[in-house]
Design a protein around this ligand. Sequence first.
Ligand code: SF4
Length: 460
Amino acid sequence: MSGSPKRLTMEQLDRLCRRRQAAGVPMPAYAGPLERHVADGDRRLLKLLYDDSAAALRLWNFLLTEEDRLHEARAAGRKIVGTMKDLGTVPVMAYALPNLVAFYPDGAWWTPCVMELSEGLFGIAQSLGLGDAMCPVRAMAGAFVNRAHFPLPDLLTCSVGATCDDFSAIAQRLESLGYPILWWEMPSRRQPDPGEPAVTLPGGFRAPESQVALVRSELERVRAALSELAGSPLADEELAAGIREANRVRAILGDLRRLAYTADPCPMPALEMLIAEMLAIHFCSDRAESVAVLTELLDEVRRRADEHVGVLPAGAARLFWVNPVADLRVMNLLEDCGARLCGTEYLFCHALDAIPQDVPPMEALARMALADPMVGPSADRAARVVRDARALGAEGVVVSRIPGASHCALEGTVIGGIVRDELGLPVVELEVPPVADPLWPTLKTRLEALVETVLERRKR
Ligand code: SF4
């Protein structure tokens, strides 16, 4: 479409969708008005603002039909792998085999938000001893028990070791309920000792070669389990092809992020960009379609950047965002407060960096897994935030805390301190629960204050 893009309510977006359908505009089979998902209980959709492009509508539809895709995959005889915690590694392996499909049960993290707590997952988790002192990922345990959200996987994997206490406890509880898990060890990434053989990981962290070798041997166990499930060996050749395909997704996302976070006026809203970034983790259960969805989004962003049009006024305060928000609506709020995203670190930057293609595939995957920002010290994460925020011209940083998340107690202080020391930027820490409506005035005031500070600093 042409003209200035806008953010629309769901009702407006659905009207636009119906007009496009009536005009015979080609759409994928899974596309349609979002109101059908509200009928299924996704009530938060009524409160969000959406980008008005066909590309964004396709993105939303793709996201919201993932459970259908998983059920269809099972009905078609494909095996389902539930990959837990590693955010970006095991799915690359699973999708290298044509009869496997992988997804993250962790994604139930957002179900209480999307269904505005009407689905009762936290209540089930509570009954299992997983109370509200834990991260919202406890909703995953509820989803396993009530079986109303995703099909039970044929194989469950989970990285363990350098894993947050929350996930570790919840996954162990799942196993105690009779869901067998293939655990694979992830060591806590450390700096190489002087003279110790070491490698530079994708994204720039360094790690001793011995740690990479350990992760590689652990991933070999995962490879064996995937091969057994698929009934055919996962050879290096297939893995290398799977890595090339994953890198295709990452390359498109890289271009999309660079342009969406740097062009002024802002060509794509923060909420759609958050969802686009999430496709990198497991391709929303359809790798080929995720390439098509992201390509269309990138084309739209390129067109807008070329035409110098955007969804927000030019000159909005440029904020770098750390951690995903439990309530998606907060991504709208930041824009309502006069800000825009200029960069992100949503806990899975290792799923955005290119996987090396010049080393054997299992070595490449081990290096990528060890580059996870969450398996090293917070200072490593902070260094990455500093590097990316500097490169992307951030004027302020928001660290959004996740209620109950063990790593959030102190990491904001560490990251905020290093960002202030190295970049001299204002930093705000916010806690965002899955439905943040009661905190709206506080969140709004704090974001507006940050924007005001940024705009004042421009006058210096
Ligand atoms: S505590 Fe943090 S890292 Fe752990 S599951 Fe929750 S959001 Fe993910």
